[in-house]
Each structure stands twice: as C-alpha cells, then as structure tokens.
Design a protein around this ligand. Structure first.
Ligand code: ZN
Length: 292
C-alpha cells in the first residue's frame, strides 16, 4: 500500500485501505425521531442553529477558507433551522454562521461553540518508500481534484426529489463498519489526513441504495476513489460512494430513497471490497453516522 502526498490524501477519501475493525463505534445518543441529523458540535460533526421566524427561508453562510459557503436551512415561517457541517480541521471554541438580512442590510452572526472530540488513532508501519506519483498520475489526480471541487460546490435550492423534509438516512449497504469517520491514521509516525467517511465492508457486487431521495451529479472513475457516484439531496447536502464495481446511473438521474443505483467493489486504491460512504454539508465532510 503506497504512501501518498498529503494533498492527494485530501481527495483520496481515505479509500486507500480497507481497514480492520477497531471496535464498535460508540452508540449515538438517542434524539427525537423527527430531528436529524443528530447535533454534535465537534470537528466532523453537525450543529443545528435556530434562526427564528421569517416569511421566507433565510440565506445562511459559513466561512470556509476564503469562501462564504451556503448552508442548509430547513423549516417554515414560524421557525427556521440551519444545519451546519463542521470541518474535521475546525478550530475549537467560538464559531459562527452569517445570516443575510433582507434588502441587502448586511448580515447577523449566529454563534456556536466547537467542542473537542478525540477520534481514534491508528498507527501503521508501512514500507518506507514514498509515493511519488508518476507525472501522468499526478496530472490525472490534479484534474480529478479540480473536477471534484466543482462537484462539491453543488447547491440546489430545491432538490430533485421534492422538498427536503427528514434528513434521516437509511444505511446504503448492510455490512460491518470496517473504518469509522475521523479515524486518525499515522504511518511510520507521520500523521495523514483523517478518514473522511464511513467504510462498510461488503462483497463485491452488493447493491447500494440511495439513503435519501437525490439526483446523480457525478459518475466517474478516479485515481484514488475508483468508481464513484455523487448524489445531491438538496441545499448542499451531498453523498459520495467510492470504490464501486458498477455504476448503474447517469448524471441527471433522480433516485428515490431506497433505490439501488450502484454496487460495492474494490476499485481505486484499496486492498479489499468495501463502500466508502461520504456525507457532505456546506462542502464539509461530516460523520455519516449522525444521519442514521
Ligand atoms: Zn474509507
């Protein structure tokens, strides 16, 4: 299994490895059945922020790097709620989103606090050779990174499958969770980017279903992630499926929740068949377990 550059790791969705189980995930705390995802204001988590009443849906933004990224807002005229993804790299402590005031009147800040979360750490000793991608692979990787950045910037006001209601997802494929979101991997003492999705081990060819209604926004075969499909569930809530053996959809297809659309495989940089499942809010990969 090759090492690779930190930049490459960013898009390589952690698909490098089918990691052994590290023990069961802690069971999430029960939440009210109508309220999903579960709020957990930690790096890699999700925070729900009450925006109060307004005649029309407020426009909320999160500052990420040097961009203002639109945020998912649900509700009705009586009570709107922003559902905000917190990057794994977020600083702890005070944070906020901005809510635009009507008529170009500026913005108000809605604060929240990012609490620490200790994700599991895994130390691996690997062959000390470095991975310099060949010039061809490096060029391919850079093209794919730019393309994926465009895919990840998708923001549909109204999702194709109808208005967003519940954000509760069904598990896309049954199987053992072989690697958890947030796992910090250290190769030969060098920290790599943490795992940005959930790995579910299953046999090649096992059907994968849409966890929510959604529209297919990308279908491709990528250097690290292998066969990959992205779904748009509306307002910046996206999901990503990697290492697929078969992709039975095209860009623009609209899926119902529970509809099979691709199959588990071992394509891309992996050592065994599994689904790498990513969930993204406001261009931030968050823990898929919070939506189950
Ligand atoms: Zn993975």
């Amino acid at each position: 299994m090759p090492l690779f550059t930190r930049r490459a790791a960013l898009l390589g969705a952690g698909g490098l490895l089918a990691l052994p189980a590290l023990g069961r995930d802690a069971k999430p705390q029960p939440a009210a059945p109508t309220v999903w995802p579960q709020a957990l204001a930690v790096p890699g988590g999700v925070v729900r922020l009450s925006l109060g009443p307004a005649a029309t849906r407020p426009v909320a933004q999160a500052r990420q790097g040097d961009a203002d990224v639109p945020v998912l807002v649900l509700g009705d005229a009586i009570a709107w709620t922003a559902v905000v993804g917190i990057p794994l790299s977020a600083a702890l402590g005070d944070a906020h989103i901005s809510v635009l005031l009507p008529d170009g009147g500026g913005a108000r800040q809605v604060p929240y606090i990012v609490a620490p979360k200790q994700y599991k750490e895994q130390h691996l000793k690997v062959s000390p050779r470095t991975v310099d991608l060949s010039p061809e692979d490096q060029a391919r990787f850079e093209r794919e990174r730019d393309h994926q950045a465009q895919v990840m910037a998708t923001f549909s006001e109204q999702p194709a499958g109808g208005a967003l209601q519940s954000l509760r997802m069904q598990v896309p494929v049954p199987g053992r969770r072989s690697s958890s979101f947030g796992l910090r991997r250290v190769f030969n003492g060098q920290p790599r980017n943490p795992h940005s999705g959930m790995d579910i081990a299953a046999a090649t060819g096992t059907p994968i279903v849409a966890p929510l209604p959604g529209k297919v926004i990308d279908v491709g075969d990528y250097f690290f992630n292998g066969g990959t499909v992205w779904l748009d569930h509306g307002q910046g809530l996206l999901s990503m499926y990697c290492h697929l053996s078969s992709m039975d959809v095209r860009v623009g297809d609209v899926l119902r929740a529970g509809e099979a659309f691709c199959k588990v495989g071992a394509t891309g940089r992996v050592t065994g068949p599994h689904l790498h499942w990513g969930v993204m809010l406001n261009r931030t990969m968050v823990d898929p377990a919070l939506f189950l």
